[in-house]
Design a protein around this ligand. Structure first.
Ligand code: SAM
Length: 470
């Protein structure tokens, strides 16, 4: 009998990516295999993201396209997953009579049972956030699709009350995973062959061990000390939750990457107050200075929202000044979009007219592009350690990331080095969004302190992992 096949489309952040990997492994555990072609699939899952504009509209329109496939494949099962699914719940089943089930991010771990229930005829809506969601996390059953880094969720949900943000309602209240589970998962990923680990959470630095109360500084120290770990990243840090002890760990462990994503959202205290962020521009600036004093090579990136309700030209000018001053290595800037159930749309001031918000966004990108060009130009002539992440568009080239998360394109040797290994590249050209160079040593010749032995021991094992996808 032909095996059943599934196809997952993933939108949004790294947490969604990891959720898809968890769904992938559950279906494979049931003997259902992945396919890259949705038209061949017996199960299609849309893992949606609700952070910005018209999320529900986009999700329904995509589901509409998949529903057309049901005409020629009546047995096709269609599942609506992720943050928009959490928001829509029962409404989605009522709106789409041939939608088979709805699964929110807090119930991902139940996918196999939900599919089994549907096979017996039951259409389920699995939303909400059971208390056991972090305890029942099946870390051995995650299909690690990314070939170059291992992602580990350490804290689910978010308890902050930023007035623009929908995440607390789509990902539920904060729940931290126990330290021992996290360490076990990181060890598993290192044994699997990853040299880079990324710890994930909406407010990753708000993690606390549920039984001992140990904080993120302790976690960083314990994870960074694991043999075989060449690069440790974490995302997203909340500025107010960064403590001196955490800064100390960033300075102590050379394998903690000198790159931090620290969303500031605005350069105006008035807007930050209205966003409910709980810090001022000065406290953010002081944190950045301390971090940079601890790690001179530290690159900072940030998120910014333009056109937040009531943002004046003066507020926006303050954001532009902050961007000029901070010299972020990357800026992710978004036009404010009102999200259902959040407080910002009810703020007394009027919305910023769309053409003004569009124009501010353009000005911000233009400023940042110039800064990035200058920062990247400073690297020309240097030699950078690069983790190989993929194949370049041009034949014979590969792509990777420096420790500071800059994209580097370089020509590969023959035979090319494996994805997920480290190499050295001499930087020859700088562009605003990437660097170009040529490889100067074979891969895996220089790993971060303490990493050599562990990585050599596991080299080559990645191909054999039973859960890896084709
Ligand atoms: N938890 C992180 C924090 O608050 O620092 C970020 C979470 S969110 C998934 C990623 C980014 O999307 C935010 O930092 C913000 O810049 C942007 N964002 C969230 N809600 C938005 C909205 N309603 N309109 C525009 N951008 C938004």
């Amino acid at each position: 009998m032909k095996p059943r096949r599934f196809f997952i489309e993933t939108w949004g952040c790294q947490m969604n990516e990891l959720d898809s990997q968890r769904m992938n492994s559950q279906l494979m555990g049931e003997g259902i295999l992945p396919t890259r072609d949705a038209r061949q699939a017996d199960i299609i899952l849309l893992n949606s993201c609700s952070v910005r504009e018209k999320a529900a509209h986009k999700a329904y329109s995509r589901l509409g396209e998949y529903r057309k496939l049901k005409r020629s494949r009546p047995h096709l099962m269609l599942g609506f997953c992720g943050c928009v699914a959490q928001q829509e719940g029962e409404k989605a089943l009522a709106r789409l009579p041939d939608l088979d089930f709805v699964v929110g991010p807090g119930r991902i771990g139940e996918l196999a049972q939900i599919v089994a229930a549907r096979t017996k005829g039951r259409r389920m809506v699995a939303t909400g956030f059971p208390d056991a969601r972090v305890r029942n996390y099946q870390l051995d059953a995650i299909s690690r699709e990314t070939t170059y880094k291992g992602m580990v969720t350490i804290i689910e949900g978010c308890d902050k009350k930023c007035t623009f943000c929908i995440v607390p309602s789509t990902r539920g209240p904060e729940q931290s995973r126990p330290l021992d589970d996290i360490l076990r998962e990181v060890r598993h990923l290192l044994a699997y062959g990853f040299v880079e680990i990324e710890l994930l959470g909406q407010t990753v630095n708000h993690w606390r061990d549920p039984s001992t109360g140990d904080d993120f500084a302790v976690l960083l120290d314990r994870v960074a000390a694991l043999p075989g770990l060449a690069r440790l990243r974490f995302i997203t840090s909340y500025p107010r939750d960064f403590t001196p002890a955490m800064i100390e760990q960033v300075g102590r462990h050379p394998n903690i990457c000198p790159y931090l994503h620290l969303p500031v959202q605005s350069g105006s205290d008035r807007i930050l107050r209205r966003m409910g962020r709980g810090y001022t521009v000065d406290t953010y600036r002081a944190l950045a200075v301390r971090l940079r004093m601890t790690r001179a090579d530290l690159a900072l990136s940030t998120d910014l929202i333009v056109g937040f309700p009531g943002e004046t030209e003066d507020d926006f000018a303050a954001t532009m000044r902050l961007v000029e001053e901070m010299r972020f290595s990357q800026v992710f800037a978004f036009k404010y979009s009102p999200r259902p159930g959040t407080a910002a749309p009810r703020l007394p001031e009027t919305a910023v007219p769309r053409p003004i918000a569009d124009q501010r966004l353009k000005r911000l990108f233009a400023l940042q592009e110039g800064i990035q060009q200058e920062l990247n130009a400073e690297l020309v002539g240097s030699s950078q350690e690069v983790l190989i992440t993929g194949w370049g568009k041009e034949a014979g080239s590969q792509t990777g990331r420096t420790a500071c998360h800059r994209i580097v394109h370089f020509e590969h040797d023959d035979p090319p080095a494996a994805l997920g290994t480290l190499t050295r590249v001499r930087i020859e050209h700088a562009l605003p969004h990437s660097l170009r160079g040529c490889r100067v040593t074979p891969p895996q010749t220089r790993l971060a302190a303490g990493a050599e032995a562990g990585n050599k021991a596991v080299a080559g094992r990645r191909e054999l992992h039973p859960l890896s996808t084709p």
